[in-house]
Design a protein around this ligand. Structure first.
Ligand code: BGC
Length: 345
């Protein structure tokens, strides 16, 4: 079998998935995990309480270095984590996950629209393990944010086809079908008027083009209509930077499906990355995170201490893993009704 992906023999494997190991929505984990979110403008991290999705530490943010090469970004991640550690907020041995702005296959970025192309095909997971001293699951940033919204936020309990869009520096998408993620959808790159949609209607594009909210929402409605024509979602959740400005465009939004703002805002990407990282460690996915390596921890004793605390940290509570909790169907009477903040259309 010939793979179009000449650089990656893994891509030619038959009957296996190269996607990151992502839990089904409803999989419950206990304990804490470290979530890292690398965006086009900021690198953010925090410790996350897995049962609630709440942040258990301060959210530390630094600017994304430019150019955002793997080395520079991972150094920034190291600096952000160093601040958490210095504040005494980062327990040893936590599982970790990191959202990256591109398609992630077998721990590597396969696209790099909003990050330096130096990331392409480099093993992000190996590099992070090497430089940071512990294993980190890599996944798409919008998939991470979507997972958190579905688990802890606006999509909690929603069955059917749910589309989460993160509209900020770029446009990211996460598609869920009855609680299962279809990974690496890249709906920000749909064509619009001969251009890549995110270069016209992302939050950053709106600012760059000096377009008013009124004009932006007109164009964005066109984008949403196209997405709906292909996917027919039952619910759309709008996240990312523009969702903070929801009040400025809510009344002008036009969609067939109910559209609601994301609930977790700044912390969605962090919480979802943490959850996926903890899950990958549990199921021993190929990209399973680990504690600090003995090299970075400085001694074997430190490493085994880390491993010990790790095993106690992110246990599945009610063994929903594998079986996976079924997403709740809303009661029939409420299923068709639009949420209070639903839009016209
Ligand atoms: C990337 C997506 C990413 C989105 C938001 C897009 O340019 O292609 O993978 O999710 O930006 O960061």
């Amino acid at each position: 079998m010939t793979s179009r992906d000449g650089h990656s023999p893994e891509a030619a494997r038959v009957g296996s998935s190269d996607d990151p190991v992502i839990p089904r929505v409803g999989t419950r984990l206990e304990g804490q995990a470290l979530g890292i979110d690398v965006g086009g403008t900021g690198v953010k991290a925090a410790v996350v309480d897995l049962p609630t999705g709440e942040l258990a530490s301060d959210r530390i943010r630094e600017k994304t270095p430019q150019p955002a090469t793997p080395e520079a970004v991972i150094e920034t991640i190291g600096s952000v984590i160093g601040k958490l550690r210095a504040a005494g907020s980062l327990p040893e041995g936590l599982p970790a996950g990191c959202g990256l702005p591109g398609v992630v296959k077998y721990g590597r970025l396969k696209t790099a629209a909003n990050i330096d192309p130096g990331w392409l095909d480099v093993s992000a997971e190996e590099l992070m393990k090497d430089r940071l001293g512990f294993g980190v699951l890599a996944l798409n940033d919008a998939d991470a944010a979507g997972l958190a919204e579905m688990t802890y936020g606006a999509g909690s309990g929603q069955a059917g086809t749910v589309l989460v869009l993160t509209v900020g520096t770029g446009i990211g998408s996460a598609l869920f079908v009855d609680g299962v993620l279809v990974p690496n959808t890249e709906l920000g790159h749909l064509e619009m008027g001969g251009k890549d949609a995110e270069t016209r209607v992302s939050g950053a594009a709106r600012e760059r083009r000096h377009v008013s909210w009124k004009r932006w929402i007109r164009e964005f409605n066109g984008y949403l209509a196209r997405v709906e024509a292909y996917l027919w979602p039952d619910l759309i959740i709008l996240g990312g930077g523009v969702s903070k400005e929801w009040a400025k465009f809510e009344k002008l939004l036009e969609t067939r499906a109910p559209t609601v703002p994301a609930k977790l805002l700044n912390s969605a990407g962090i919480a979802g990355a943490a959850l996926a990282g903890a899950y990958a460690q549990q199921v021993g996915g190929s990209q399973a995170p680990a504690s600090r390596s003995s090299k970075a921890a400085g001694s074997k004793a430190a490493a085994s201490k880390a491993a010990g605390s790790r095993s106690g940290r992110s246990k599945a509570v009610t063994a929903t893993i594998g079986k996976a909790a079924k997403a709740k169907k809303p009661a029939a009477s409420t299923r068709r009704r639009r949420p209070v903040s639903a839009t016209k259309g």
